[in-house]
Design a protein around this ligand. Structure first.
Ligand SMILES: [Mg+2]
Length: 309
């Protein structure tokens, strides 16, 4: 893979190539940030900066808040040296919130208010966590549209996952008390009008409570729009994730006639049959034990080296 087009220089900034060979659409927790420490290794930051500087669009598509992305990804990338004229997009809260940043820092934060969980419900969840679950988890105050409750880093995973089941059940009950229809995995609890507007989505480190309209597919559609607004049409996409729900990025891109390969950095759940290629660490000749950000980092390094080749 080579970047064949040299960026056209135009005052006042440097324009990206309009048809880069690749665009990267990256889940953050797992492939970029360690699910254990929750932060991003310096080598990954360096490769993200190098890829973006070479004109490869780097777009994050995460359930995390914009505050998390600013702190864990944007600030280290700026410190590592993003060239002037390079724009990074971050789609947060599964498509409900988005912003872009450059070496000068973040642009305006966009929030789709129609996709927010009612504030009164969020207030009740905050109270529930404070009263009954504070030893295992905390309420994420940085979310603007979702309600997220996350494992304390110092709590063993098995202890958290056991407590999370209890919390999720109470969060579902609270939804009913607010007259909100909700679904969790295969559990279906419509409201009195037989509507399901919200879902409870447990991950290995958190529970997200969100509009059913949010998802990695919404994030993918926003990513295409954000690049189109810059006049950028990538020749191909690589989506990267550690969860089954991350395949929705590639599903959406494929369905909308974009060339895409999906990288699964935690294929232990099994790799589903898809109409597009799915890559794992084994495709880089790595052991199956190489997962999460070790696998994500290896793919970023491979793409960076392909640019230099
Ligand atoms: Mg993830």
């Amino acid at each position: 893979m080579t970047v064949s087009e040299s960026p056209a220089v135009s005052a006042p900034g440097i324009r990206l190539p309009s048809a880069p060979p690749l665009a990267l659409l990256l889940d953050v927790d797992g492939p970029v940030a360690s699910p254990v420490t929750r932060d991003v290794k310096p080598g990954i930051i360096a490769d993200l900066v190098a890829l973006a500087a070479a004109g490869i669009p780097v777009i994050f598509n995460t359930g995390r808040s914009d505050a998390f992305i600013r702190e864990q990804v944007m600030e280290p990338m700026i410190a590592a040296g993003i060239p002037a004229g390079t724009v990074i997009h971050a789609i947060c809260e599964k498509g409900a919130v988005w912003f872009s940043y450059t070496s000068a820092g973040p642009g305006p934060i966009h929030v789709d208010r129609e996709l927010a969980v009612p504030a009164a419900y969020g207030d009740d969840v905050r109270r529930l966590v404070a009263e009954d679950y504070a030893a295992h988890m905390f309420f994420d105050e940085t979310k603007r549209a979702m309600v997220s409750v996350e494992q304390h880093i110092n709590v063993p995973s098995a202890d958290y996952l056991a407590e999370q089941k209890l919390f999720d059940a109470e969060a579902m009950e609270l939804m009913a008390r607010h007259g909100l229809g909700v679904v969790r995995l295969d559990h279906h609890a419509p409201n009195s009008d037989d509507e399901v507007d919200y879902r409870v989505d447990p991950t290995i480190i958190s529970t997200d409570i969100e509009s059913v309209r949010l998802g990695k597919d919404l994030g993918a559609s926003r990513a295409v729009e954000l690049l189109a607004a810059q006049g950028i049409t990538p020749q191909a996409w690589r989506t990267v994730g550690d969860s089954r729900t991350d395949y929705a990025m590639a599903d959406w891109l494929h369905h909308n006639d974009h060339s895409v390969k999906h990288v699964d950095v935690r294929p232990a759940d099994g790799v589903p049959s898809k109409p597009y290629p799915v890559l794992t660490a084994a495709d880089l000749g790595l052991e199956p034990t190489v997962i999460h950000d070790d696998a994500g980092g290896a793919f970023l390094r491979a793409w960076r080296e392909a640019l230099d080749a």
